[in-house]
Ligand binder design. Sequence first.
Ligand code: FAD
Ligand code: DLZ
Ligand code: SF4
Length: 510
Amino acid sequence: MRLGLILGDQLSPTLATLQQLDRKKDRLLLAEVGAEATYVSHHPQKIALIFSAMRHFAQWLEEQGWQLTYHRYDPDQAGETLLQVTAAAVERHGPDSVVVTHCGEYRLHHQIISVWQNQLGCPVEVLADTRFFADLEQFRDWAQGRKQLRMEYFYRELRQKTGLLMTADGKPVGGQWNFDRDNRKAYQGEPAIPALPAFKQDDIDKAVLALVAEHFGHHPGHLESFAWGTTRRQALYALDHFIKHRLPHFGDFQDAMVQDEHQLFHSLLSPYLNCGLLLPREVCERAQQACRDDLAPLNAVEGFIRQILGWREYVRGIYWLQMPAYAKLNELGNQRPLPAFYYSGETRMNCMAQCFKNTFDHAYAHHIQRLMVTGNFALLAGIAPEAICQWYLEVYADAYEWVELPNTLGMVMHADGGYLGSKPYAASGNYIHKMSDYCGHCHYSVKTSTEQDSCPFNSLYWHFLHRHREQFSGNHRMNMIYGGWRRMTEDKQHRILARAEDCLAQLDEL
Ligand code: FAD
Ligand code: DLZ
Ligand code: SF4
């Protein structure tokens, strides 16, 4: 008899563990444990989503005829680990081996492969995670010998491998790989933003929400507005709803930000994809079908598929190729602590306050809010990568280190020296003003840089470029930007840097 451990982000009917084991002979184990719920202070909505989805998935597995041990969170054993619960199950059932699909985070994977076998006293078999388009070897082969990696080229390779959005003779549908030039519009109020699907909470959801409120209510974020689906059926409904109502405008407004609106035309599918309730292939195939059926334009569908087939696979490849050294990189030498408003949400910078509100209310912010507002600020202000990486891992329902870390440390903080992306996504308030209506509701003026009420992003942007001029002025993609700085009078440069120094000296007051 083998014991299959299924982790909280492995809730997929096609999981390798389930394919490998035999429901007539083998046994499964799912365990809610304090150690996984607290290794960082996850948003309570993330814990509730995972615990409830685990309980529903266990129920489904039993209906399918699996023998199963389900270990519920025990508040009297708040520090309990997966190893301890697995050891108790091994003791009780005496399996010949423990089987687990390759887990998503280096932290746990390393423990499993280094100490579990000894501690459990039986072999531990780790299966490849087959839910991704590319296996880790494919990425390793592709990356080998390249000094700098570029998502676009890996994406094209995967388009060819999967046939997604490809013609029969091997060309990209529509004659182009990428339609980003048609995307990135600001939102002017039309079309109306569709409401998200609402899910009725069952007894399992209610019990989990009460448990999480009692034991994890002090973690950053609000639980009351929990609105995630917790079963595969609900996740599939969320997918249908997105394809029908929001995908057609996904491309146009992918980078837009709007006061008091969090979802716009985004899918909000990442929490389901990352815990296994949805599979990337089925999501991309549904989007492709919508394009074939003329329900969504190619620019929207290509843009959407690129996020999953391109970015999601690319960052996973980088993570497993570079860990554990990657997590320690800090090429810009940033040391500043995270300002308190990243947890309180209280700041006069309206764009930041809006993104924090979405984050705490919904355990969600869309990509541009993460990248160009809260991330951009951390980059400009020189926040220590470790502190900002921990924040992103804590506050989003979709956060797992394999996807969070490359996005934060690489894409946002440029702490890997440009391995993941060729130039930092630094931007002044002007970008935020162009892509949102936030500045019209702000205490600060986005039009100025040097006054007491000037947008902090404006002066911090130049301060960032100035203090890292040695690293970046040789980067041909940044020539124009440095040209703009050089054309300013010395007096103007001086006043901008002085305003930035003021901001940096009192970050918590901004
Ligand atoms: P949509 O905009 O609808 O995009 C569709 C899907 O594409 C997403 O569901 C997601 O699976 C995938 N995707 C989009 N962009 C990326 C990306 N850059 N990397 C990987 N997948 C992507 N995504 C996570 O899933 N988990 C994280 O912990 C996470 N942390 C991030 C931290 C920072 C600092 C930044 C800048 C981005 C992070 N992202 C993360 C990527 C992206 O912001 C989210 O995937 C996206 O906002 C999820 O919302 P959505 O489902 O509505 O996405
Ligand atoms: C994120 C999470 C949480 C909050 N709780 C659990 C849990 O109690 N049991 C479990 O098996 N998994 C949980 N997870 C997901 C794990 O942290 C995740 O499987 C690893 O980080 C590997 O990706
Ligand atoms: Fe943000 Fe600056 Fe605009 Fe205020 S003025 S919303 S701080 S970009």
